[in-house]
Design a protein around this ligand. Sequence first.
Ligand code: SAM
Length: 285
Amino acid sequence: MAESKGTLYLCATPIGNLEDLTPRALRMLREADIIAAEDTRHTRQLMTHFDLHGHLISYHEHNKEKQGPFLIERLLAGENIALVSDAGFPGIADPGELLVQQAIAENIAVVPVPGANAALSGLVASGLPSSTFFFGGFLPKSKKNRRLQLLEWKNVPGTVIFYEAPHRIKEVLQDILAAWGDRPIVLARELTKVHEDFFRGNVTEALEHLLEKEPRGEFVIILGAGEKQSEALPAGNPLDKVRMLMAQGIEKKESLVAVAKEYKIPKRELYNKLISEEKEEGEHK
Ligand code: SAM
């Protein structure tokens, strides 16, 4: 019997400039039985602009558990689905990843239809080394988890890319400065749009720039690698670092684990030092 399953097409859509929709993506959107969109309002605007009249269904972070099995059922029944994210390449920092995994588990063909992507657009124009890079997506929203995540990624040996919302960008840069120190940074803002701009400097300068000019629009944060990160051990007293993390509300145990990893010393050794210093401080009070 001939293969009757449908195909899941991952269609990149513009991140600002409508000319960035490729002719192939346009054809996929025109021909698909279903267009599964992260933000139906946004995609409807795209459809109106390109005179598309397909069957639009929402698929986003908050309905993916319910909609995923429904979309897989349609694919198994032979329908073709074009998945689009709010903007850019579906599957990069959006729920597309899960649907792709579910489709592969059912032996459904998954076909990328490439085009615009914010992370890569920012990286290639940043001027920072672009042959080795690490994409961190969105950092955790809670300050504590963000700092722990940053400590874990401190020694990534390449350029690092993050996505961030404008209202959180200053506090994220402050956390990056605290966890990684000053580094080269590029803030790529409003890519492909009329007000596209690139701030190039170091993290301290970027913070000053954002204090002068309230951040607006969409940002990609691109950070240069720290010097000789893979070998260099951090400077300063590890116990001070543990205390700093604890003062920021991170549990003693988590602080010890993070700092021991960063300084490449056994956790037990660090714990014993902390306890004996705490004892000494207690005696001197
Ligand atoms: N899947 C998309 C892609 O491949 O580009 C990214 C989706 S993610 C939910 C949205 C984030 O991408 C924004 O918060 C922002 O950090 C970044 N972004 C999207 N469009 C952008 C633009 N035009 N300029 C700068 N950053 C952008």
